[in-house]
Each structure stands twice: as structure tokens, then as C-alpha cells.
Design a protein around this ligand. Structure first.
Ligand code: DC
Length: 230
């Protein structure tokens, strides 16, 4: 294959898929898009506009009406990473906080939100040469992606990773709260009516619970090279 391809990487929260996706994109010179960050940005918008009450109920009508006014961009950083912009404001740190993590699955289950974000994601893929990670990238956003990966890891492994990440960023959280959030989100993400997380039939599965980052990188690069040599 000599044209740039689309690579879809799906999996549970904190499965390490973003790390894999970002590192592969940087190695092969593709654009990386974190679709979860887009759902997180919409959640932050909804929280700030008070569209979510204290019990977690969402004012879907108000949120749906606001969707055309929610602009999400990614800004490349000097260190090769990228920050998420919500209506021009850098919200990269804000969208990783527990307040957003606790509400994002409910927001991601709203069909109108999904339709709007899937349309944006498809547009981002038009130029190809893209690695996108999420839950429904191989199944809904890019069903024709040339390479689809489905990443899995136990809930405990994933909670430990996210806990470490949050502590490093200065959040004051307990491991128990992070694990509870992971388990709760797994449940919502797999049981929602609108495009639940599932492995696309043609996705290659990997359980990375016992793999180092370097082993993951090597495995993924092999998969990419295999597709490109066809
Ligand atoms: O990957 P993450 O944990 O940052 O994703 C945040 C939430 O967004 C997660 O609870 C599921 C949802 N999501 C989704 O429904 N579809 C995607 N393509 C990406 C994320």
C-alpha cells in the first residue's frame, strides 16, 4: 500500500490505547486524534453551562441546541503532544480531572452528541494518514479503516495507570475512587444504546496488561508494516 492509511484504535478507558496511538503516530509521521478528548471537552462545556445537575441529570435539549457552538481543535505542542482547545481555550488539564471523568460517559451516551462528534471525526480523517483512538472508531467512525486494533487490560491494571497519571498531575484522588470510576464507566460504555464499545469484527485484539510500552510499540509497528506491505 503506498497511500496513507487510517488506523483505528479502540478500547476501554485507560487501556493504554492513547499512549500506543500517540507513539505510533509520531513514529510514522501521522496525525494523532484523541476522540475521548472531544467527548471530555463537550462534557466540560456542559458542566460549565450548568447543563448537568447535582444528580447527574443532563439538560439534553439545551446541550443539543448548544452543539453548533462547541468548537474543538487540537493544538500541537513543542514536545510533540497536543492540547485540546474548547472554543479557542486550552482545556487539556481541565478535561482530565475527575469532575469531567465522572460525567463524560453520560454525555457520550447522548445520541446528538455522538452524531456531532462522529461527523467531526470523519472530517478529520478525510486527509487520511491519521491514528484515532476511542471506543467506536473501528466500528462506526471509520468502518473501512485499513488497520483496526482493539486494546484490552484488566480494570485493576487500568485504574492503577490512571491513578498514577492523576497523582503525577497533582490531583488528590484515592486509588479506590479511580477504580470505581473505571468500573462504572466500563459499564456505561459497553451497555449504552448508541454505538456501545465493542470490538469490530475485523479488529486485531491485544491485551497489554503485562506488556511494556516498548513491547506495545513494537507490536503495533509490526501491524502497521504488515498492512503497508500489502
Ligand atoms: O478515552 P477516554 O477515557 O478519555 O474517553 C472519555 C469518555 O468518552 C469515555 O467514557 C467514553 C467516551 N468515548 C466514546 O464514547 N467514544 C469515543 N470514540 C471516545 C470516547
Amino acid at each position: 500500500m503506498d497511500k496513507p492509511i487510517i488506523i483505528a484504535i479502540d478500547g476501554f478507558s485507560s487501556s493504554g490505547k492513547s499512549t500506543m496511538a500517540r507513539r505510533l503516530a509520531s513514529t510514522i509521521g501521522y496525525r494523532y486524534i484523541d476522540s475521548g478528548a472531544m467527548y471530555r471537552a463537550v462534557t466540560l462545556f456542559a458542566l460549565e453551562a450548568n447543563y448537568i445537575d447535582a444528580d447527574g441529570n443532563i439538560d439534553k435539549e439545551a446541550l443539543t441546541a448548544a452543539l453548533p457552538h462547541i468548537h474543538i481543535d487540537f493544538e500541537p505542542q513543542a514536545d510533540g503532544s497536543q492540547h485540546t482547545l474548547l472554543n479557542g481555550v486550552d482545556v487539556e488539564n481541565e478535561i482530565r480531572r475527575l469532575r469531567v471523568s465522572n460525567a463524560v460517559s453520560q454525555i457520550a451516551a447522548v445520541p446528538e452528541v455522538r452524531h456531532a462528534l462522529v461527523a467531526m471525526q470523519k472530517k478529520l480523517g478525510e486527509a487520511r494518514g491519521i491514528v484515532m483512538d476511542g471506543r467506536d472508531i473501528g466500528s462506526v467512525v471509520f468502518p473501512d479503516a485499513e488497520l483496526k486494533i482493539y486494546v484490552d487490560a484488566s480494570a485493576e491494571t487500568r485504574a492503577r495507570r490512571r491513578f498514577k497519571e492523576m497523582i503525577e498531575k497533582g490531583s488528590q484522588v484515592s486509588y479506590e475512587d479511580v477504580l470505581a470510576n473505571v468500573v462504572h464507566r466500563d459499564h456505561i460504555d459497553t451497555t449504552r444504546a448508541e454505538s456501545p464499545l465493542r470490538r469490530a469484527d475485523d479488529a486485531i485484539a491485544i491485551d497489554n496488561s503485562d506488556m511494556s510500552i516498548e513491547e506495545q510499540d513494537a507490536w503495533l509497528l509490526d501491524q502497521f508494516n504488515r498492512v503497508m506491505s500489502k
